[in-house]
Design a binder for this molecule. Sequence first.
Ligand code: UD1
Ligand code: CA
Length: 473
Amino acid sequence: MTGKLPVTAVILAAGEGTRMKSNRAKVLFPLCGRPMIEYVLDAAFELEPQRIVVVIGHKGDEVIEAVTDGWTRSKEENARKILEFSWQRQQKGTAHAVMAARDALAGLDGDVLILYGDTPLITGDILREFYEAHRRNKADLSLITTFRDDPGSYGRVVRDSAGKVVKIVEAKDLGPGQERIREVNSGIYLVRAEVLFNLLEKVRDDNAKHEYYLTDIVEIASAEGLFVSAFVFPDYEVLQGVNDRYALSEAESRLRLSIAKKLALSGVTVRDPASTYIDFGVTVGKDTVIEPFTFLRGATRIGEGCVIGPYTDIRDSSIGDNSIVWFSVVEASTIGNDVRVGPYSHIRPDSDVQDHVLIGNYAEVKNTKIGAYSKVHHHCYLGDSVIGKYVNVGAGAVTVNYDGICKHQTTIEDGAFVGCNANLIAPVRIGKDAYVAAGSTITSEVPDGALGIARERQTNKEGWVAKRKEKSR
Ligand code: UD1
Ligand code: CA
């Protein structure tokens, strides 16, 4: 099933994004862990259009790749079907960019919705309201405007004495008195398909930037007696264009708060949304508390009843129910139910920490499976290991997994006890219920139920201190 409304969306994403001062395409800058353009794609998709055409140019291959890997993959088949790309080989302005989609838009009737790829806070709901107003007014051309106290680089909406929109003047082309105008152009338009290209053909580049401005279609349409309608939206923040990295941070703050709010309303306690950084798409179960200065990134899922943070960074990981992770870092790993991690622990990629495990202060775990009820305390390192259930790993115990060339596996079977400061030189196996004496350097297997002890025997020299004093007198 393709889109339901007689509308085709065009998203302009070919610009260089000069003001970002970056090698990266502007529309690929992430906001809460996800490229900016994907939010615009979401909003457009929610409107259920017939098709979405993304105009690409600068670093266009990277944009195609990112959108195909990210957005398209996360959507159902319908999204894949309606999405296409048009190249704008040279970036000669926003009108020129829409022209680049001409072939893709040929023979269309209905309306064309034009969006800029750098306006990521726009939502499907706003677009739907806008669409309905456009149809209700039977407008030829509609645009979303808003009021800003700092109109800065936005195009200004010029109205006649009757309040009719007559044109948009770009910031660099402002005439006398026009710098006082606070109503700005958001860059979101709906145009009847049959009039769009007729208007675009008349756009000239006689302006400060020598570009073909899309905004000029407003003046042309109005001069031709077409009906131009402005949809004034009160919340200027959601219409923010991201031109530089400061605007990027402002947009991200706003988005971050809305993610925290959504979670809060679903039963998660987010103690301080302003200092909590949760990526788009992270899920958190109810009755979980997120303490301040916590980052939940990428494909992370947190269960119910957990306490996460303060000062915790979890990336691409899943945490079960009723677990506590505080002052710690977890990367690309799975953590079960009723687990405690931290403070100051680092769970590195490919670890699988099962239910009721305790991982204590300053422990590092990498590519390691830890069975239920095991304890890994104080200053340990477990790398490339398979640890059974009810294992106790003492303070300072280390798996010596790397010989300078290869990594090797350590296996510790159920119920084993590894004493403090043991070095387990991999590959090696510690048997079921076996003991490793503190301070041992274990180089070969400790059989099930055995004690492995590999250290110098202690000798005491009786009266040594007194003799020494005697000598030095
Ligand atoms: C534009 C509007 C301005 C409006 C503001 C809202 C124009 C001329 N001006 O200004 O009225 O207030 O957005 O945020 O439209 N692009 C292309 N090809 C090009 C040039 C740009 O695809 O040749 C794309 C960019 O990638 C970007 C979008 O169009 O996503 C807008 O371009 P940008 O240069 O950011 O326009 P603004 O100066 O912000
Ligand atoms: Ca912009």
